[in-house]
Design a protein around this ligand. Structure first.
Ligand SMILES: [Zn+2]
Ligand SMILES: [Zn+2]
Ligand SMILES: [Zn+2]
Ligand SMILES: [Zn+2]
Ligand SMILES: [Zn+2]
Ligand SMILES: [Zn+2]
Length: 414
């Protein structure tokens, strides 16, 4: 949306009166009121211009008139605002470390940010502001020294596990009717300040520490397969955002029953098992390494490490169907390399030793069974249960027995 003030300034205030312009600009500056639905960026020059126009208007207006008095008050307010918006220090350090946050000075002139400390707008054009490179906490330079919340990044690094009880409330009385974070007095009646519950921690917070942000709650996903975003406090929001891609959920242990109820999970588990079976091909194939095939999994590298750890992002994408699509595609690309495109990988296929018929088999083919002891691959119908003896294993046993008896004969001879 085009900034109304810019239009006005560009047209050199032709269509509307100076008085209307001043009223408009004043309203915006003093009350942070959006004009035509958007906040308008005012730089220090525009503010100075408004002050000059104000001064000129005071001289032009009839002495002691109501309008003149009103303009004087406006002039005072505009000057105070200018003072307030000017940076206290011009050359502030680029990096500041506070309570384990690593604050880096921002160059962006965006004005859509809100300070996480004082909850007011950051005027990027004229104010210095910092963002923590670890947890993305944003803050005015002037608010930096007032911060009392440690960086949640360190919590993610040191203790990366989720609260897995659904909204574990302890009650406002146990919190002494105070915000769980900053200890400001709060109550459910809103006196002296509104108590807002965080669905992740179950605790209550004041409106400075809880902005009614929403997030998917891991406990609700794990126990109810429920993905509706719930209201959370600022620090939970930051923590959950940082934890989102981390594979810390061992579904099989936390809620094994999920696999009985969620079909998509079974499908993903099979795809992941196949990808693990394909991994040995790729790490021994120069071509696959050069093509960086495994990197197609992007930020889901845990899929080539194990098949039972999930990140919350994985579960969200499983529920939306996104993961099934992308993983099936990757599975197809991987299988194509091994079975069709690459001679080296193809040569590592198996002939079913039980029927000695049919195509070359690979362990990730859907109609195969793999011997748990020697990893030989057979048709599933040929190796249909555990009572079938694996010919490769049988040969190995025979060989061992032969070597052992040979050894005994040698020992007896001497
Ligand atoms: Zn601030
Ligand atoms: Zn931080
Ligand atoms: Zn608070
Ligand atoms: Zn290959
Ligand atoms: Zn067979
Ligand atoms: Zn075997």
């Amino acid at each position: 949306m085009t900034c109304l003030c810019t239009i006005i300034l560009k047209k050199k205030i032709q269509k509307i009166t100076l008085w209307d312009f001043l009223k408009l600009i004043y309203l915006q500056i003093m009350m942070n009121v959006p004009v035509q639905g958007s906040f308008v960026a005012l730089d220090i020059e525009q503010l100075k211009m408004a002050i000059e126009e104000c001064k000129r208007l005071i001289l032009e207006l009839p002495e002691h008139s109501e309008r003149q008095k009103d303009t004087v008050v406006k002039l005072i307010h505009l000057r105070l605002k200018l003072q307030e918006l000017k940076d206290p220090e011009e050359d502030e350090p680029n990096l500041r470390v506070l309570l384990e946050h690593r604050f880096s000075k921002e160059k962006s002139k965006s004005v859509k940010q809100t300070c996480d400390k004082c909850s007011t707008i950051i005027w990027g054009l004229i104010q210095t502001w910092y963002t923590c490179t670890g947890c993305y906490y944003r803050c005015h330079s002037k608010c930096l020294n007032l911060i009392n919340k440690p960086c949640v990044r360190s919590k993610v690094s040191h203790k990366s596990e989720y609260e897995l009880s659904i909204c574990p409330e302890i009650g406002l009385d146990r919190q002494d009717y105070r915000c769980a974070e900053c200890r400001t007095p709060v109550s459910l009646r809103g006196v002296p300040s509104e108590a807002r519950q965080c669905d992740y921690t179950g605790q209550y917070y004041c409106s400075t520490c809880h902005w009614n942000d929403t997030a998917v709650i891991p406990a609700r996903v794990i126990h109810n397969w429920e993905f509706e975003p719930r209201k959370v406090c600022r620090s939970s929001m930051r923590y959950l955002a940082l934890m989102l891609p981390r594979p810390v959920l061992k579904l099989r242990e936390i809620n094994p029953l999920l696999f009985n109820f969620v079909e998509e999970l079974v499908e993903i588990r099979k795809l992941r098992q196949d990808i693990l079976l394909m991994k040995p091909y790729f790490i021994t194939c120069k071509e696959a390494m050069e093509a960086r095939l495994l990197l197609q999994l992007h930020d889901r590298q845990h899929f080539v490490e194990n098949n039972d750890m999930y990140s919350l992002q994985d579960l969200i994408d499983i529920s939306s169907g996104r993961l099934s699509c992308s993983l099936t595609e990757i599975h197809t690309t991987f299988a194509k390399h091994i079975k069709l495109d690459c001679d080296r990988c193809q040569a590592k296929g198996f002939m079913c030793e039980l029927c000695k018929e049919g195509d070359i088999l690979f362990p990730f083919d859907s109609h195969t069974s793999v011997c748990h002891d020697c990893s030989a691959v057979f048709h599933r119908d040929c190796f249909y249960d555990n009572s079938t003896t694996c010919p490769k294993c049988a040969r190995m046993t025979e060989l061992t027995l032969f070597q052992f008896s040979g050894l005994r004969k040698m020992v007896a001879r001497y």
